[in-house]
Design a binder for this molecule. Structure first.
Ligand code: GDP
Ligand code: GDP
Length: 436
């Protein structure tokens, strides 16, 4: 788990600008194949040899003043719960206002390290003016310009000093981590609780995690899992906008830390843009994937084809997910809930699968025979050799002439053929093509 730095402050002080600067070149390019664009609140940064996560808490805030004060208070609490260092951003162009004072009061009442960032200090005069913020009672003050980058190096030096000691790399631990993700009210907690409360389940809470942590160890049929529920925390928030913020933060974090992402969808509501975003995110991080269609009890007049129709609907709306297994359940009636674990087991095994190099090259030869590589710039493309360089998650490396000329549809063809031959149910496959 990487240390976490949160950015807090009232709207328009430049939190998201600072966030983008701290994420820098590591920022994922916002290019979404599913046509979903969305603000990012969560990213990774690297400075002086340390990796850490940055959270921008500015995403959702109601406009109305009364609600805003409550909203900010909750966001500060989220930041405190989630992070190791807090960056409290103020705007030197505007000076101190009441919301800044409210945030400062909350931050002074706790022990986490807080750095006061006087943003928009684009020139010397504004850097000088930043001293007025000492009035907020927070001593570590950094004038920065998030727009032109001035001062951010000093700020980052201090951030890195304040990060907790680097953890020893964890011992390889084979217990798979399953994250239950999905929109609010799809039934994440219901499924989570149904599995944990099952009489055959042996459950141990994980000690030493934060007070709101909702990870549990589940032993079932002699198999162990670590279950991560992303719903628990947000149940404490009252402001509507923060509910979404909570779930986004928890979801992004759970996705990065899990082995298998289990996307829960309400069968009556179907798949939406947010579901596509999270599953795409999980795919990008090469997590194992399972889709659960919950509330199956509510689907009227089911017959033998109904499951098939729902599967078709999902695979048609997001064709890229054709390799992801779908399970229909009712968390409420506890129907087929263990099927979720069985399918997760399958995906775990597939993700760990190793194909021997001779087998893979036999496959390669046959595949190339069925559909020869095209000519490019008067030259016959050739793949001479390929091998699985790692598993869990799987990565395949192909050696060829002119890797840049490989057409995307041929790439897709290779992936389809790998799946046809070797399976890899629910597992994103990484393929790298190198110049031979
Ligand atoms: P947020 O609401 O706190 O996330 O603020 P934004 O990052 O959206 O920034 C609000 C406005 O301040 C935008 O118009 C930014 O371009 C501007 N801004 C952010 N950082 C700086 C800065 O360092 N200098 C100046 N001059 N403007 C900035
Ligand atoms: P979460 O926000 O994703 O954790 O969703 P919850 O587990 O809190 O469930 C939201 C609502 O859906 C609750 O009222 C549940 O009782 C209901 N619910 C959950 N699973 C099912 C199900 O399988 N069938 C039906 N009919 N209702 C369900």
């Amino acid at each position: 788990m990487l240390p976490v730095v949160s950015i807090v402050g009232r709207p328009n002080v430049g939190k998201s600008t600072l966030f983008n600067r701290l994420i820098g070149t590591r920022k994922a390019i916002v290019h979404d194949e599913y046509g979903v664009t969305r603000d990012r609140h969560y990213g990774e940064s690297f400075w002086n040899g340390r990796d850490f996560t940055v959270i921008d808490t500015g995403g959702y805030l109601p406009d109305e003043m009364n609600v805003m004060v409550v909203g900010i208070r909750e966001q500060v609490h989220i930041a405190l719960e989630e992070s190791d260092v807090i960056l409290f951003v103020v705007d030197v162009k505007d000076g101190i206002n009441t919301l800044d004072k409210a945030v400062a009061n909350l931050l002074r009442q706790q022990d986490k390290p807080v750095l006061l960032v006087s943003n928009k200090a684009d020139n010397e005069e504004r850097r000088m003016n930043s001293t007025e913020f000492y009035e907020l009672g927070i001593e570590d003050l950094f004038p920065v310009s998030s727009i032109n980058g001035t001062g951010t190096g000093n700020l980052l030096d201090r951030v890195v000093e304040l990060l907790p000691e680097e953890e020893e790399p964890e011992e390889e631990n084979d217990i798979p981590k399953l994250a239950f993700i999905g929109r609010p009210n799809v039934g994440k907690s219901s499924l989570f609780n149904a599995l944990l409360n099952d009489e055959r389940a042996i459950v141990t809470d994980i000690a030493g995690t934060t007070r709101d942590s909702i990870n549990s160890n589940l032993e079932y049929d002699d198999k162990e899992y670590l279950l991560v529920d992303t719903a628990g925390l947000r149940k404490r928030t009252k402001v509507k906008e923060n509910i979404e913020f909570y779930s986004t933060i928890r979801t992004d974090r759970a996705i990065r830390e899990c082995d298998i992402a289990i996307l829960i969808v309400d069968a009556m509501q179907g798949f939406d843009a947010q579901d596509k975003r999270v599953i795409r995110e999980a795919e990008k991080f090469n997590k194992g994937l399972v889709i659960v269609l919950n509330k199956w009890d509510l689907v009227p007049e089911k017959d033998t084809n109904t499951v098939r129709e729902f599967e078709d609907y999902i695979y048609t709306s997001v064709p890229q997910l054709y390799y992801v297994p779908i399970v229909t359940i009712s968390a409420l009636n506890k129907t087929r809930i263990h099927r979720v674990l069985d399918v997760a087991d399958e995906v775990i095994a597939e993700r760990r699968k190793e194909i021997s190099t001779p087998d893979f090259n036999d496959f390669l030869e046959q595949m190339l025979g069925e559909k020869p590589l095209p000519m490019k710039r008067g030259q016959q493309l050739k793949i001479t050799y390929a091998t699985q360089v790692k598993s869990n998650p799987p990565v395949f490396k192909f050696f060829m002439n002119s890797p840049h000329e490989l057409p995307p549809n041929y790439r897709k063809y290779i992936e389809n053929k790998i799946r046809e031959r070797f399976g890899f149910l629910g597992v994103p496959i990484t393929m790298v093509f190198r110049q031979k």
